[in-house]
Write a protein that binds this ligand. Structure first.
Ligand SMILES: Nc1ncnc2c1ncn2[C@@H]1O[C@H](COP(=O)(O)OP(=O)(O)O)[C@@H](O)[C@H]1O
Ligand SMILES: [Mg+2]
Length: 332
């Protein structure tokens, strides 16, 4: 018998039918196995299917073809309630745009996923959330709201929230995409560190080869086709650029890696701008994950792909709390 993976995709394809009745193949024949404690990076240009793949791994979406297993159980056969519970317990999401609840304190944001836990986890949620915020270096900011925090601080709150239920799998969709080089680097180091401490598997989606270099295994996604590639250390500069040439990654990646002084990243202003406007030459492309509703095809995508909710947990979690009355109160 094979070793049971944490999450495994076999022959996974995803396609959608567009309004003009044409078929869009988003992912094609994907085989991928993630083991406990693994750190995998997936690199690809905007529109290559990264977020769609992440949603399938996070069991937020179902494949058109092929199968997904979680700890050896076929996800296809799970009923919604079981699936929601499984996801809430085991999967933590981190997004480019942090997706914190505005007007709520860091503590409330981080305690939120524990509102769906039961027993001791539920009753100790504020203490657990405080400890998690201390772990990400924000013990002194627990009463601050996202509006009062910098981008890097907000992403640290989001990391604390993603990890507060000690998930076995952390899925990070462009986690440094909205941060400057230095902040992105330290946020990524922190995410990596906490994931290994918890022996959680980490899947990082990124445009940035420097970020990808933190992972143990690397894949590129190109027009829905996933291919492993070898991004050997030292990751920065020439090695990454060479890797780029060899694997023919997106041109904007090559530029960002080889441009002198750019460090392969975008500055905060550019990145922020890039989320609402056209791609900047030599910079990371905007990512559609959180700007989905502003796109022309926004409505169709939201309906079809059920993106994770603002609290970083699955949207369904909120409708199926294990401790009903109090679970609702956590949010208030
Ligand atoms: N539900 C959907 N309906 C129509 N098109 C979709 C849907 N989901 C994704 N797409 C399209 O599939 C492609 C891949 O999307 P996505 O996974 O968000 O890419 P990435 O995260 O790599 O930028 C894009 O062209 C996107 O517009
Ligand atoms: Mg995306």
């Amino acid at each position: 018998m094979e070793l049971v993976s944490l999450v495994r995709l076999e022959g996974v394809a995803k396609h959608v039918i567009l309004p003009d009745d044409s078929r869009l193949d988003i992912l094609r024949d994907i085989d991928l196995a993630i083991a406990a404690g693994d750190h995998v990076a997936i690199v690809g240009r905007s529109g290559s299917g990264k977020s769609t793949l992440l949603n399938l791994m996070g069991m937020l979406d179902r494949p058109s073809e092929g199968a997904v297993w979680f700890r050896g159980d076929p996800v296809r056969r799970m009923r919604k309630g079981k699936l929601d519970k499984l996801r809430g317990r085991n999967v933590g999401f981190v997004f480019q745009q942090f997706n914190l609840l505005a007007g709520r304190t860091a503590l409330e944001n981080v305690a939120m996923p524990l509102g769906y836990a039961s027993g001791r986890d539920f009753w100790n949620r504020r203490r657990t959330a405080t400890a998690m915020l201390e772990r990400v270096g924000l013990g002194h900011r627990i009463e601050s709201t996202p509006e009062q925090l910098s981008g890097g601080e907000q992403q640290r709150v989001a990391i604390a929230r993603a990890l507060v239920r000690r998930p076995a799998l952390i899925l990070a969709d462009e986690p440094t995409g909205a941060l400057d080089v230095e902040t992105g680097g330290s946020v990524m180091a922190l995410l990596d560190e906490i994931a290994s401490e918890a022996d959680a598997a980490l899947v990082t989606i990124t445009h940035d080869l420097h970020v990808a270099a933190r992972a143990r295994r690397h894949y590129r996604l190109d027009a829905g086709v996933l291919t492993p590639f070898d991004l050997s250390a030292p990751a920065a500069g020439a090695a990454a650029a060479a890797a780029y040439d060899r694997i023919d990654l997106a041109p904007e990646l090559a530029e960002s890696v080889s441009a002198p002084g750019s460090g392969g990243r975008v500055d905060a202003a550019t990145a922020a701008d890039a989320t609402t406007s056209a791609p900047v030459a030599g910079a990371a492309e905007p990512d559609a994950t959180t700007a989905v509703s502003t796109e022309a095809d926004g409505a169709a995508r939201v309906a079809a792909s059920t993106p994770p909710s603002a609290d970083g947990t699955a949207p369904e979690d909120r409708t199926a709390p294990e401790d009903e009355p109090e679970a609702v109160e956590v949010a208030s």
